[in-house]
Design a protein around this ligand. Structure first.
Ligand SMILES: [Mg+2]
Length: 376
C-alpha cells in the first residue's frame, strides 16, 4: 500500500480568537470565553490568558485568581459554527475525506486530490504534496476568516494530530516516515494523543516517560496494565495507525454533564444534582425518539480524575422512572469510589439510531454543557 497523506488542521484558541477578531478592544488581552459567575467554567482562553496558566475546563474563579485582569466573554456558538462551516468549505475544495473532530479541527486525507486543477500542489514525484496543501489551506483560512490555524502533516492520523500541536499557534509540523520513529521515541508520553493526565501519571510510576521508554514494554505487559488501550499504545509508538479518515463519523451517544462550584460530598447531595441531569438526557432521547441500551455515569473528582461506570441492558429503558432509577443505582453502587465530585454526568450509548451529523456538525451541539466544548 502506498503511503497515505494525512493533514490535521486545528484552529488556534478558536473561540477566544473569534471573540478577539470581532471585538478589537479585546485584542492582546487575556480573555476567557465562558461564564464569570461563581459556578462558571472557562471554555476557551486566549494565548494572553494562557501565559497565566488559564486553560479550558478550569473553574472561572480559579482562572480569575491566576489572572486578575482576565476578561470574561460570553460564548456565541452561532458565530463559531459559521466560521466552522467556512473552514470546512475550504477543506472540501481539496478532498471529500474530511473527518471533523469538533467545530475547529479536522483530519483530511489528501492522498488523492479531488480535482485535477491543483498542478501547483504536485511534487517532484508526481504526487500531491500534503505540506503544500496544508500551507495553502492555512493561508486560505486566514484570508477568509482572519483567524490562524495550525497544521500537522504525516502518514497517519495519530502522527498528524500530535504534529499539529508542535508549532502552535499559526504553525505547521511535518513528520515524514523516516522521521517518525525518532520523533515518537523522544515524545513525552503526556503528549501522546489519547494518553490523558491519569494514564500519563500511571505511566510515570512505571518509569515510562517518553516513547522510548514505552517501546521497551511488551504488548502483553501494556495490555495487562492498560487493557485494550495498551495494544493501541504498543502500536502508535511504532508509528502504526491504520485508522481511516472517516467522513461519516456519527454521534454514538447522548449525554449531559454539569460542573459544580462546590464539590459535592454526600450521596444525597449528588443524587439531588444528578437526577435533573438524567431528566434532561431522558427528555432529549424522548424528543429524538432515540433510546440507548448502555447507561453511563460520569464523575470527576476535585483532582480532575474522570470516572465512568456503566450498565448495559438487553433492551433500551424507555420509561422515565426506570431510567432515573438506573442512574441513581449506578451512583449508589459506585459512590464510594469517588467520595467527592466536581462534575457529574449521564451518557447513553448503544443507541437505536445513529445521531447523524449534518455537514460534520453535531445537531445537538447545544445540548452539551459548554465545558464539553474544550478546544485549543
Ligand atoms: Mg483548536
Amino acid at each position: 500500500m502506498s503511503q497515505r497523506k494525512i493533514i490535521h488542521i486545528d484552529m488556534d484558541a478558536f473561540y477566544a480568537s473569534v471573540e478577539q477578531r470581532d471585538h478589537p478592544d479585546l485584542r492582546g488581552k487575556p480573555i476567557a470565553v465562558g461564564g464569570s459567575a461563581m459556578r462558571g467554567v472557562v471554555a476557551a482562553a486566549s494565548y494572553e490568558a494562557r501565559k497565566f496558566g488559564v486553560h479550558s475546563a478550569m473553574p472561572s474563579i480559579t482562572a480569575k485568581r491566576l489572572c486578575p485582569d482576565l476578561i470574561f466573554v460570553k460564548h456565541r456558538f452561532e458565530v463559531y459554527r459559521e466560521v466552522s462551516n467556512q473552514i470546512r468549505e475550504i477543506f472540501a475544495e481539496y478532498t471529500g475525506l474530511i473527518e471533523p473532530l469538533s467545530l475547529d479541527e479536522a483530519f483530511l486525507d489528501v492522498t488523492e486530490l479531488k480535482q485535477d486543477n491543483f498542478s501547483h500542489l504536485i511534487d517532484k514525484t508526481g504526487n500531491p504534496s500534503a505540506t503544500m496543501i496544508a500551507e495553502e489551506i492555512r493561508k486560505k483560512i486566514f484570508e477568509k476568516t482572519q483567524l490562524t490555524a495550525s497544521a500537522g502533516v504525516s502518514f497517519n492520523k495519530f502522527l498528524a494530530k500530535v504534529a499539529s500541536d508542535i508549532n502552535k499557534p499559526n504553525g505547521i509540523k511535518v513528520i515524514t516516515p523516516p522521521e517518525a520513529i525518532l520523533f515518537l521515541e523522544n515524545l513525552p508520553v503526556e503528549k501522546f494523543f489519547g494518553v490523558g493526565k491519569v494514564t500519563a501519571k500511571r505511566m510515570h510510576t512505571l518509569r515510562i516517560f517518553t516513547g522510548k521508554d514505552l517501546k521497551q514494554k511488551s504488548e502483553l505487559e501494556l495490555v495487562q496494565r492498560f487493557g485494550k488501550a495498551g495494544r493501541h499504545y504498543y502500536r502508535i509508538v511504532r508509528a502504526e495507525d491504520n485508522r481511516k479518515v472517516n467522513p461519516n463519523r456519527i454521534r454514538k451517544s447522548i449525554g449531559a454533564e454539569r460542573t459544580f462550584f462546590d464539590d459535592l460530598k454526600t450521596e444525597k447531595e449528588m443524587l439531588g444534582k444528578l437526577i435533573p441531569i438524567a431528566e434532561k438526557v431522558f427528555d432529549y432521547m424522548k424528543k429524538a425518539n432515540n433510546f440507548g441500551r448502555t447507561i453511563t455515569l460520569k464523575a470527576k473528582t476535585p483532582e480532575f480524575q474522570s470516572i465512568t461506570r456503566s450498565k448495559t441492558f438487553n433492551s433500551e429503558p424507555k420509561d422515565q422512572e426506570l431510567f432515573l432509577s438506573i442512574v441513581s443505582d449506578l451512583l449508589k453502587k459506585h459512590f464510594h469510589e469517588f467520595q467527592e465530585v466536581r462534575l457529574l454526568g449521564v451518557q447513553v450509548s448503544n443507541l437505536e439510531k445513529d445521531q447523524k451529523m449534518v455537514g460534520g456538525v453535531q445537531l445537538e451541539f447545544d445540548f452539551w454543557d459548554l465545558e464539553n466544548e474544550q478546544e485549543d
